[in-house]
Design a binder for this molecule. Structure first.
Ligand code: B1M
Length: 211
């Protein structure tokens, strides 16, 4: 098995120390960092994302795999910058004001990072103004809002209205998701895209950044 296949395989098994060791081995073998990212780490994360979508693996496995990926990316990050690998787009993500649920949002963030996007994570309980400030500061392509409570999903409408009233209205797309969110709600508030799960959110974010 090649070192890159080993990275993908260990990542799928959530074995962070093994992933780190193999990433180091691949670097020592002279494999470019971009290739290690694409054909090792992202390959493994894409397989996990697909299995998650098909209910073949569940949240704990995904979180452990995502943690292993983060460890691998930490090791690669300086080389990726040195190699001049360009990030494919910038996403501001957060759980809306009043809402403290972050497991799904963290999965979305990790899947998006797995697609090569730069993700600025504002955490939980994020007020509307903070989403806008961050989008301005980082020249983001996308604001991604997560909500798990029916009592907080209305915050997304405020984010949409604030972006539409700002100078960013033609530049920044708004993606929404979380258990109570539906396509009908997305249409109602005028957000750009609703996605039901983390893997689809990452696919759509990449598509929007490349459009
Ligand atoms: Co809370 N909670 N909770 N909770 N909690 C729910 C959401 C609830 C449905 C439970 C229930 O009653 N059956 C209910 C909401 C009811 C409603 O509004 N209709 C509820 C409640 C009521 C509450 C409190 C009010 C309870 C209380 O204090 N009385 C309170 C609120 C606190 C607050 O936020 N202000 C509360 C607190 C908590 C904990 C802190 C204990 C904990 C959160 C811990 C944490 O996140 N760090 C918690 C948990 C764990 C849950 C449940 C059990 C699980 C949520 C979860 O993490 N699921 C949840 C019940 C349930 O969903 N079964 C529940 C796993 C996660 C991977 O899924 O987040 O849906 P999810 O993310 C998915 C998709 O939704 C999507 O991708 C993810 C993966 O594919 N997705 C996006 C998410 N964000 C996206 C963004 C996108 C795209 C897709 O684009 C931007």
């Amino acid at each position: 098995m090649s070192t890159l296949s080993e990275i993908s395989s260990w990542l799928q098994q959530g074995r962070a120390p093994k992933v780190k060791a193999c990433v180091q081995q691949a670097l020592d073998e002279g494999i470019p960092a971009g290739e290690i990212l694409e054909n090792g780490l992202l390959d493994g994360m894409n397989i996990i994302g697909q299995k998650f979508k098909n209910n073949e693996v569940f949240v704990p496995e995904v979180l452990i795999a995502a943690r292993a990926m983060t460890k691998g990316i930490e090791l690669l990050r300086p080389f990726l910058v040195a190699d001049g690998v360009e990030e494919k787009g910038t996403v501001i993500i957060g759980t809306v004001k009043g809402d403290l649920h972050d497991i799904g949002k963290n999965l979305v963030r990790m899947m998006m990072e797995g697609k090569g996007l730069k993700v600025v994570d504002l955490g939980v309980d994020v007020p509307v103004e903070k989403f806008l400030e961050a989008a301005r500061e980082h020249e983001a392509h996308i604001i991604a809002c997560s909500a798990l409570l029916t009592t907080t999903m209305g915050e997304m409408r405020d984010v949409v209205e604030a972006v539409h009233a700002s100078e960013m209205k033609d530049k920044v797309m708004i993606m929404i998701g979380g258990a109570p969110i539906t396509q009908a709600f997305c249409d109602q508030i005028g957000a750009d895209r609703y996605t039901p799960d983390a893997a689809t959110a990452a696919d759509v974010a990449l598509e929007l950044c490349q459009a």
